[in-house]
Structures are given as C-alpha cells and as structure tokens.
Design a protein around this ligand. Structure first.
Ligand code: SAH
Length: 349
C-alpha cells in the first residue's frame, strides 16, 4: 500500500485522479497530514465517509515511531531516535535556543563520508532518507511543540548523513516544508551543512534558494583536511572555498564555514593565519566547534583559552568568527552517537 505521507499536493492529486477523486481533495488530505497531525484517513472529517474508506483501501499514512529519547540536564536539548517502518532509525534533535526552537535533522541513516572525527560514519551508510522521512523528523518535533503553543522556528540539516549525497530527496523535502499547506517554513530559516561535495554546492547555487549554506571545512590545507576528511581527496580546499564563494555571490547569503577545533591538530596560530588567508574578502563567517570527543576516536578538545586564542586570531585578521554554543553535550549530541549506541545494543539484530 502506498504511503501518502511526504507527497506534495500535486503528487497526491495524481493518486486521486487515478481513482477519479476530485483534485481539490488532495489539498485537504495534505492539510490533515501536515497541519493537523492526522495519521489516519478516518479522522479527516471534511471528507465524505465513503471517500475515507476508499482511501484506506489504497493508501496508508505511515509515520515514524520514537523508540528512544534523551533530554539534557538543563532541559534545552532533547534527542529522539525515530524508527521507520523498515526498522532503520535516525536521530533528530530539538534545541530550544533563545531565538527559537531549532531542529537538527538527519538526511541519511548513517553516513558514507568517513570523516575521522565523526560518529555518524562509523557504521557506514545504510540508506538515503525519503522526503517524507525527513519531513517526519521535523513534524514529529513540531507536533510536540504545538502542545506547548510553540513550533519549530528554524531547521538545520546537520544530523547524520551528507545531504549532497541525497540531493534530489533533500531538495524535494526543502520545497515541501516551505509549502503553506505544510510547515510554511521560510528558506531563510533553513541551513544545510555539507562536507564539501562541490557538484552538490554548484547545483544548490543554481537553485537560488535563500537557504544558509554551511561548509564543514575543519582545516585550511589539503594535507590536513585530507587526513580528517577523505572527501578532500576528491574536492580540495581551494575548490570547496571557490564553490562557497560562488554560492555567496549568487544568493547574497553569508556562507558559514564550520571548523572543528581539535587540540594540537588544527588549532594553532599557523592554521588560523592560513584559514584567514583562504576566506579573505568572502561573504563568510567561521563557526568554531570545540570537538565533541567521540568515545570511538582519540581526539581532544582544546582548553577555553586555546579556543579563545584561535577565535581572536581570526578576528584580528578580519574574519568574523564565533564559537558554537555547546548544547546537549551530556546527552552525546555529537553526530550519530545515539544511533551507534542503539546499533551496538543490538536493537537492529
Ligand atoms: N555531512 C554534513 C552534515 C552532517 S555533520 C557535513 O559534514 O557538514 C554536521 C556537523 O557536525 C559537521 O560540521 C561535522 O563536521 C560536525 N561534527 C561531526 N562530528 C563531530 C564531533 N565529534 N564534534 C564536533 N562536531 C562534529
């Protein structure tokens, strides 16, 4: 039975037409699923009963199941493990920020990029998420917040997975959340983070959507970056930064370069100077992320002083830089950690 959840009004309309159901019903069905939290046709009270029965015979509304939940001790961060019908599970995080509720969503189950510091990639990628599954992550949180008279305000595609390796589905998902019959989310409230898959950045530049592009740079030279991120052997530092520059020029949106600080690896004065030279004159800012030590890896976080020194060095060189506010450290917020513990516990055996 085909799942209607995750389809656009146009796509639902095509399904309706095949059953000779008038096309205006498609919008009603979408609004029930996306705005009113309906997970069964039977509750769609403005549809004739006979139509509801007919829909039930041909279609389903399949939603993810929350199988685990962690809350940080300060109550600001909650992490959910959502399981889809085939047993694949992904992490979704809610961060209650001073400026609103932000959701961090996964675009793939696991990740194939192999970054040396990241937990998401330890078990490789199991599969791409569909637009409906990504929507499910956001709607799951939004529906929770509705109970508190709140909503999801901003969204970051920074959970597990490389969005550019699931490009078509990610774009379909972004367009869907933007629809007024869905979450009506402004593109300006969405950020997409990539490990630097240059053809993907170029396609996104062509789309011209005003979303914020984040590029995980983490090192200013090819030698160092290739050690941390295997993708750099395919698309080097210069090429990645050139693609970021083109994105900023086309969209007039400031590009964020993410830079994990790893003690003694990439946090020296030399790297700060190299990074500044690389980004000079670009509409960009650097987001410094003190590494979240992952038990499986041997990297260390610099001290507060060392972090500040790196940040100040960039600012002296006229590069705007911020240190990312740490949230949810006590619930293992680093990418993929929750899912890995779930895998290791044998939940998917
Ligand atoms: N694949 C995309 C998006 C997912 S990762 C990308 O690479 O950008 C989201 C961010 O979390 C990236 O900047 C990633 O480098 C960072 N990250 C991964 N592991 C981390 C860790 N152990 N500590 C801090 N940040 C980490």
């Amino acid at each position: 039975m085909e799942n209607l959840f995750g389809l656009t009004v146009g796509e639902i309309g095509v399904r309706c037409a095949s059953l000779e159901i008038p096309s205006y019903r498609a919008k009603q069905i979408a609004e029930w699923m996306y705005r009113k939290g309906a997970n069964a046709f039977s509750v769609m009270t403005n549809l004739p009963k006979s139509l509801r029965t007919e829909l039930e015979q041909f279609f389903s509304i399949a939603r993810a199941k929350c199988v685990e939940r962690w809350d940080s001790s300060d109550g600001r961060t909650s992490k959910f493990l959502l399981e889809f019908s085939d047993g694949v599970a992904v992490e979704t995080v809610l961060m209650r920020q001073p400026y609103g509720n932000s959701v961090c969503i996964s675009t793939q189950a696991g990740c194939a990029m192999g970054c040396a510091f990241c937990a998401s990639t330890l078990y490789g990628v199991s599969r791409n998420l569909t637009p409906g599954e990504m929507l499910d992550e956001v709607l799951f949180i939004d529906e929770k917040l509705r109970g508190e008279n709140q909503k999801v305000d901003t969204m970051v595609l920074m959970g597990s997975g490389e969005p550019m390796m699931n490009y078509e589905n990610v774009l379909a998902f972004l367009r869907l959340v933007h629809e007024p019959y869905c979450l009506n989310m402004g593109y300006r409230n969405i950020a997409l983070s990539t490990s630097g898959v240059v053809p993907g950045i170029e396609c996104l530049t062509e789309e011209g959507l005003p979303i914020t592009l984040s590029i995980s740079l983490h090192a200013p030279t090819d030698e160092l970056r290739s050690m941390l991120m295997p993708i750099n052997r395919k698309y080097g530092v210069q090429e990645v930064v050139a693609a970021g520059r083109a994105y900023a020029e086309k969209t007039k949106r400031r590009v964020t370069y993410e830079y994990i600080l790893i003690r003694g690896v990439n946090d020296g004065e030399k790297e700060a100077r190299e990074l500044a030279a690389l980004l000079k004159g670009q509409l960009a800012n650097v987001n410094l992320i003190p590494i979240n030590p992952v038990t499986e890896r041997n990297w260390e976080r610099p001290s507060e002083d060392e972090i500040q020194r790196f940040c100040c060095a960039l600012e002296r060189l006229h590069i705007s830089a911020t240190v990312r506010h740490e949230m949810g450290g006590d619930i293992q917020d680093a990418c993929g950690q929750l899912r890995n513990r779930h895998l290791e516990s044998g939940a998917f055996d």
